[in-house]
Design a protein around this ligand. Structure first.
Ligand SMILES: Cc1cc2nc3c(=O)[nH]c(=O)nc-3n(C[C@H](O)[C@H](O)[C@H](O)COP(=O)(O)OP(=O)(O)OC[C@H]3O[C@@H](n4cnc5c(N)ncnc54)[C@H](O)[C@@H]3O)c2cc1C
Ligand code: SF4
Ligand code: SF4
Length: 375
């Protein structure tokens, strides 16, 4: 029997239509024949195959041997142990429920403009600015708000300057497939690209590299992950915030999630919406996601913990470690040990475990096994 060459028909059946697809768009940017596109309308956030070359369920290029989309997909088959082995050279130990890491620290930008723009300590923005200004990367794939921001529609985009980075700072809790901005970055001449995104996206660069997905894989020079237990459908703005709480999206200035949905309005008022009420608007692609802690990023960043003006950072790879240490040396971030906030690390473990239990039993074994053995 010739070796199997899994392609779009396999991805469509095993990931896109099985509930495992997160909408990360890695398959779309990896396709060398441009026969995959992306639907972000009506809360779908899914790839689809263009009709002319095989229809929705098959691919004529795949039939002829192209396997790029399955090699780029961070949910296809044994993605988790494959990336663990590629990034860390070993299998994950049972207790490493939030992924392999070198250390967990609390960090914030020392530049007050950066920390003020950031969602938590502005660490992610500080990392991008430092990497852009010190010849580590040429561009970063981030998330902006569409138009003047009043629609709160999160859209992927490219950041090449400090101003771009600050314009994209802060968190939006609807989905933004930042990976999709890859082509625009390349068109602008970028060869070394950073990807900012939740775990579903952060696993894309290393799975592409592990499965040798070509040029696209080689251009990803840095992956910054955001801790995440879910994103919400865009409909949440009208159907929950506006209809039940009278909070119109065009009057909102900032949002955060700290046990509740926190909402700050243009008139200076502050409101809380219980998370329980928001669950009905959980985005489809998040329902089976096992990765709270962006387990395959170089550095993962989150807002849990007692120090609201710090970002909790999980430093995972040598690349991440080197960058953090250079930035502390240059005085652009200050860092403190996570031993200052043991409850934050405990919560990180707990939330990681909760997400891992969502991975379905019939799918690949990695995520499910850890959910069970880690207690
Ligand atoms: C959808 C979502 C859910 C999250 N859930 C949690 C959680 O449950 N627990 C937790 O501890 N932390 C969570 N975070 C992470 C947290 O909100 C902060 O992003 C993180 O602490 C970094 O803060 P910062 O000040 O260092 O980042 P900043 O300097 O503010 O930079 C944030 C970066 O994230 C990008 N970004 C913003 N929104 C999105 C989006 N929707 N999709 C992709 N990229 C985006 C921005 O473009 C920017 O580059 C979540 C973030 C997001 C986007
Ligand atoms: S998880 Fe990502 S790469 Fe895999 S099929 Fe879905 S959008 Fe494509
Ligand atoms: S829960 Fe977060 S990391 Fe998982 S699929 Fe949803 S957006 Fe991606």
């Amino acid at each position: 029997m010739p070796p199997e060459k899994p392609h779009w028909a396999h991805l469509f059946r095993e990931v896109v239509t099985s509930g495992l697809c997160t909408g990360c768009a890695a398959c779309v940017v990896a396709c060398p024949y441009d026969v995959l596109s992306y639907d972000d309308s009506h809360g779908r956030y899914k790839p689809f195959h263009l009709d002319e070359s095989g229809g929705s369920e098959d691919c004529t290029y795949g039939e002829r041997g192209c396997t790029l989309c399955t090699r780029a997909c961070p949910r296809f088959r044994e993605w988790e142990p494959e990336v663990d082995a590629f990034l860390f050279g070993r299998e994950r130990a049972d207790e490493e429920v939030f992924g392999v890491s070198d250390e967990v620290v609390l960090a914030r930008a020392t530049d007050p403009d950066v920390s003020a723009a950031g969602q938590d300590g502005g660490l992610v923005s500080a990392l991008l600015i430092y990497a852009l200004e010190n010849d580590v990367i040429d561009a970063a794939l981030v998330s902006y708000l569409e138009g003047d921001g009043t629609s709160w529609k999160a859209v992927p985009g490219v950041a090449r300057t400090r101003e771009d980075v600050l314009g994209a700072a802060g968190s939006r809790y609807t989905y933004s497939a930042n990976t999709l901005a890859y082509s625009a970055a390349v068109e602008q001449g970028a060869e070394r690209i950073a990807l900012v995104g939740m775990g579903c996206q952060a696993s894309a660069p290393p799975i592409m590299a592990a499965r040798k997905a070509g040029k696209v894989a080689r251009r990803f020079a840095l992956s910054i992950g955001l801790l995440c237990s879910k994103t919400f459908d865009d409909a949440i703005f009208d159907e929950l915030f506006a209809e039940r709480y009278g909070l119109r999206r065009e009057d909102m200035v900032k949002m955060n999630i700290k046990g509740v949905f926190q909402v700050w309005m243009r008139d200076g008022s502050y409101h809380e919406v219980p998370l329980k009420e928001a669950h009905a608007w959980t985005r489809e692609g998040c329902k089976l996601c096992p990765d709270f802690a962006a387990e395959h990023a170089d550095i993962s960043a989150g807002g849990i913990g007692a120090f609201g003006d710090f970002t909790l950072a999980i430093v995972r790879t040598d690349r991440g470690k080197e960058l953090m240490s250079q930035m502390v040396g240059a005085g652009v971030i200050e860092a403190r040990s996570s031993t200052d906030d043991p409850a934050a690390v405990e919560l990180l473990r707990k939330l990681s475990r909760v997400s891992r239990r969502r991975w379905p039993e019939g799918a690949s074994k990695g995520p499910r096994r850890l959910a069970v053995v880690s207690g």
